[in-house]
Design a protein around this ligand. Structure first.
Ligand SMILES: [Fe+2]
Length: 536
């Protein structure tokens, strides 16, 4: 199915010019015509929402779609109409921004093509305004399709009590099939057959993920705010590149721009990747971009660890602690400080900081060497040994997370504290479930919940000890850590009321078969004004 174009020659040609790399005549490469990927909605505002579908005409010509918005599931009480063009320029994806809608109401919508064919019916909701007593958000991240079934999406999609979905990124993974994971679960194949680098590669990867019925179902039932993490670009993205971007894969900025364009086409992400969304007088959701906008390159802690005690000491007192080292950039930091203060001032009870990477520090404890399974490979052993050496020098191992940017983290926490906010931080990326209480200068500032992945494997892949034992060890070694689960997949929900925010971790029993069975979960509560959680 993939046209025979010399990949390297093409990359060289696009690197020489300043055009977005694009393969010709791929607009109709996804098999089939008509509405191929269901419907979705995103980028909500008071009275407005963006509606999405993908449509391919039989001839490949662009088609103007009509969309109707109604107050009822049967679409009898139409309150708004709009249009969207589905053509080769956006690979068939079409978006209609609908304005003038009522605030905070469930609405239903459907697209109609020029030939009269119709999409499935979707449900969505605009942002509420005024007094709001409760709001429930489902939070998901890290859904690597070849690793297993999207049971977490299916479980959330079937619920009646969720108002909004936030996806914290790693919605797709960029690797060539059979790299991560090395074995593709039957029925979980992905396209294209190579690592994704050019715009049509990214589009085709989104299309092969979105073909999943559970993913289509969650999009059809709830509006989604989707931010990107690294794998929407390439592993361990920073502002000037990524661990998984090599020179022979072309110019980074062109790959980055292609990835951004595809994300906008499939997930309706707004022009600026950090935004504030207000939900009545209850909650401001503030999204951040810790990846592409301004992140300084991750430091090479492993090199320091290989260099012995002096090199480790130099690392601990060097660039790592520099006040100029940044993960958000000064512009985004200033925006955050002013917006979180404005949110508090305008009376919002809670500030949800929705971002990519875990903010709390995780230190490897001594007993971690005993957690390795009998068949642990050299890489897993080196990982634990390295983590242990770093921890003994007071350095958390994960340099791709906020741990790698301690002064930038301090500035962010200070902005929260200075604003007098009631912040809840959420993070994805790590694949396991975490709960932290953040303090600054010995005062409570924020609670953080790290969501476990939909399918991507976590610590349990190399650590074979009882998860309760691992939790006990990590709780001892990591100040601020309140709870963790290092073994299970799923998602979490946050329920906001004026008095408290409750987090419920939902764990799926399996991703090996299609099932929405769950195992025992965990909950935590943050009382308003306390800025710390207690386990429930
Ligand atoms: Fe990630």
């Amino acid at each position: 199915m993939r046209p025979a174009i010399d990949r390297r020659a093409f990359l060289t040609a696009t690197a020489a010019g300043l055009i977005l790399p694009v393969r010709p005549a791929l607009a109709r490469l996804w098999p089939g015509s008509g509405f191929t990927h269901g419907v979705a909605s995103g980028d909500p505002a008071a009275g407005a929402i963006t509606l999405w579908t993908r449509y391919a005409s039989v001839t490949g010509a662009a088609a103007t779609l009509k969309v109707e918005v109604a107050e009822d599931a049967g679409l009898t009480r139409i309150i708004a109409r709009g249009e969207a063009v589905a053509g080769a320029e956006t690979w068939g994806t079409a978006q209609a921004r609908i304005t003038g809608l009522p605030d905070g109401r469930w609405l239903w919508y459907r697209f109609t093509a020029p030939d009269g064919s119709q999409s499935t019916i979707g449900r969505t909701r605009t942002l509420p305004s005024g007094k709001l007593d409760q709001m429930k958000i489902a939070v998901l991240s890290c859904s690597n399709r070849p690793f297993g079934h999207f049971n977490a999406y299916a479980h959330a999609a079937a619920r009646d009590d969720i108002d909004l979905v936030i996806h914290l990124g790693d919605y797709i993974y960029e690797y060539q099939p059979r790299v991560y994971p090395e074995v593709v679960m039957p029925g979980r194949e992905i396209l294209p057959a190579d690592e994704i680098i050019m715009i049509d590669d990214y589009r085709q990867r989104y299309a092969s993920y979105r073909a999943d019925p559970a993913l289509q179902a969650i999009h059809a039932r709830f509006p989604m705010i989707a931010i990107w993490d690294d794998h929407e670009f390439a592993n361990d993205t920073w502002k000037g590149g990524a661990q998984n971007h090599q020179d022979n894969e072309g110019v980074w900025n062109l790959r980055r721009d292609a990835a951004v364009k595809a994300h906008r086409e499939w997930l309706m992400s707004p022009e600026r990747p950090y935004q504030r969304y207000d939900f009545g007088n209850l909650l401001s959701v503030m999204t951040l971009d810790t990846r592409m906008t301004a992140r300084d390159k991750q430091l090479d802690l492993n090199a320091a660890l290989r260099g012995g005690p002096d090199a480790i000491k130099a690392f601990a007192g060097g660039e790592w602690q520099s006040p100029t080292r940044t993960i958000l950039g000064s512009e985004q930091e200033a925006w955050f400080a002013s917006e979180i203060a404005a949110s508090v001032k305008s009376g919002q009870r809670w500030q949800l900081v929705a971002q990519q990477v875990v903010m709390g520090d995780i230190f490897t404890p001594k007993q971690a060497v005993e957690w390795l399974g009998p068949d642990a490979d050299a890489r897993a052993k080196a990982y634990v040994q390295g983590g242990l050496m770093a921890a003994q020098a007071g350095i958390p191992g994960a340099q791709d997370m906020w741990s790698g940017y301690p002064q930038a983290r301090r500035r962010l926490l200070k902005a929260m504290a200075d604003a007098g906010a009631n912040p809840i931080v959420i993070a994805g990326d790590s694949h396991n479930a975490w709960a932290f209480n953040h303090r600054l200068d010995n005062k409570p500032v924020a609670a953080e919940f790290g969501v476990q992945s939909v399918t991507s494997p976590g610590y349990e892949q190399s650590l074979k000890a009882d998860p309760a034992v691992i939790r006990g060890g990590l709780l001892q070694s990591s100040p601020g850590l309140a709870w963790c689960d290092t073994s299970r997949r799923g998602y979490l929900t946050l329920t906001f009321t004026p008095a408290e925010t409750r987090c419920d971790f939902v764990f799926m029993e399996t991703i090996q078969t299609v099932s929405t069975a769950t195992s025992i979960g965990q909950a935590a509560v943050v009382k308003h004004g306390k800025r710390q959680m207690t386990l429930a």
